[in-house]
Design a binder for this molecule. Structure first.
Ligand code: AVJ
Ligand code: FE
Length: 434
């Protein structure tokens, strides 16, 4: 489970190849342009990835001289809002690529020389290297969302996702009782996933699969967007202010609903999980369906709890790293896969597609686990605890397998939908059965 130096180097390579794919696909002009005030220009993400690698692997772990101390402030995410980043004196694309290559050569040299010993928390299990692999992959997913927001001719392509299985529908009963949430042992788990702790989760029902476009269309067709009773007070206010009528990137064209995906307009596929909905839309759908969103603890129990042993797994299918048979991760495809496409990735109780396809909104706000300790820096998670965020779980087709697991916690504002966000529903047991 703990990666050795060769595996770490291969994962660093893999994230860099993906960064290159996302930034070589458009010209220099476009790399510096902003496609939405919510997103950075791609050239900012590019050099930011290199700057974080310099800070942690070259300077901190390696104890080496700075490469470009003068640019630290430009790439500090807390110094300049995303909308202000295009006006900064950023490295141009050629400079940024040279900078990344320089930093990477030094980081690989540090990896070669350092001992990955347990006595040093940053080095135990190769943690600092894992943190940087995950950081680059997280920004790659953000850059993929920027690609989805851009207009113009398509520049990304990928083979279609595998076909689904219509039989995978309905709900699964998750029995009540304590389970272990979070982890102490996963070497690359980030601070907010720690520590492992027991949580009592009463019995509940959870959907076997994420809510599909077909199911979501029934909500639209039933007038769900025009019925305040399905929406929370805040949700209804937001629906009105933002003029929401369908998921982001949907449009009505001849023959019905279509969506624009990475520059291509396609008919909405009924069996695929719905994506690009905000928390408030997910919540409204769930009340219309007579259900609710799962809590974060319910989601994690459904994804990790093994009823035979009572142990919590790393992934629904077991402890092994995700392969292409388990989940739609890693930008291998540019869409969610139809429901039922990953039988080998189901949980022991038969819950499908918890990992990959779409990030799943939960009803939980973002708070620390009991016993949380900042590691190694407060700006990753701690400064966001208690803010206006909801937790998302499981990763999307744009999340790399090295940057997600059953304990992984993502969060965003409840109005956001430029991310690859969908959901599944849950329900309390009828009182006579609970
Ligand atoms: C964990 C996805 C919310 O992208 O804002 C990247 C990850 N933190 N650089 C984000 C992150 C610093 C973070 N999320
Ligand atoms: Fe970052």
């Amino acid at each position: 489970m703990t990666p050795d130096k060769n595996q770490i180097a291969a994962l660093l390579d893999r994230s860099r190849a993906r960064t290159a794919l996302l930034t070589d696909a458009v010209d220099d002009d476009e790399l510096g342009r902003q496609h939405s005030p919510l997103m950075s220009p791609l050239v900012w993400d590019l050099a930011h990835v290199g700057n974080q690698e310099e800070l942690w692997l070259v300077r901190d772990v390696g104890g080496r001289e700075p490469v470009r101390e003068d640019i630290d402030h430009l790439y500090d995410a807390f110094k300049h809002a995303r909308k202000d980043r295009p006006a900064l004196p950023l490295l141009d694309p050629a400079e940024a690529r040279r900078y990344l290559a320089q930093v990477r050569a030094k980081a690989l040299d540090v990896l070669d020389r350092v001992r990955l010993v347990d006595e040093q928390p940053l080095l135990a299990g190769g943690f600092a290297f894992g943190m940087i692999v995950q950081h680059e992959q997280q920004h790659d997913e953000t850059m993929l969302a920027t690609h989805q927001l851009r207009t113009g001719a398509p520049v990304l392509s990928a083979p279609p996702a595998p076909p689904g299985d219509r039989r995978i529908r309905g709900e699964v009963l998750i029995p009540g009782g304590a389970f272990t949430m979070g982890t102490d042992t996963d070497p690359w788990a980030l601070d907010n996933e720690r520590p492992a702790h027991a949580v009592d989760v009463p019995a509940f029902l959870i959907d076997r699969a994420p809510v599909t476009n077909g199911e979501y269309l029934a909500f639209i067709d039933a007038g769900g967007y025009d019925e305040p009773r399905w929406w929370s007070t805040r949700g209804w206010e937001h629906r009105n202010n933002a003029g929401l009528t369908a998921p982001l990137h949907w449009l009505q064209a001849e023959g019905g609903w279509h969506y624009r995906r990475f520059g291509r307009v396609e008919a909405v596929q009924a069996d695929e999980p719905v994506v690009h909905v905000c928390f408030f839309e997910a919540e409204a759908y769930a009340s219309w369906a007579g259900k609710r969103l799962p809590t974060e603890a319910e989601w994690e129990k459904a994804a990790r709890w093994d009823p035979e042993t009572g142990r919590s797994r790393r992934f629904p299918w077991g402890d092994e790293a995700p392969g292409p048979e388990h989940a739609n991760l890693g930008q291998r495809h540019l869409t969610p896969a139809a429901v039922g496409a990953y039988p080998a990735g189901a949980s022991p109780l038969g819950v499908h597609q918890l990992m990959g396809d779409v990030w799943e909104w939960t009803s939980s706000e973002f708070h620390p686990h009991p016993g949380f300790r900042v590691f190694p820096y407060a700006e990753y998670s701690e400064v966001f605890f208690g803010g206006d965020y909801r937790v998302l779980r499981g990763g999307s087709f744009g999340t790399d397998g090295s940057a997600v697991r059953g304990t992984f916690r993502n969060w965003d504002h409840p109005i956001r939908r430029q991310i690859f966000s969908g959901f599944r529903c849950a329900r309390d047991l009828a009182p006579e059965l609970a």
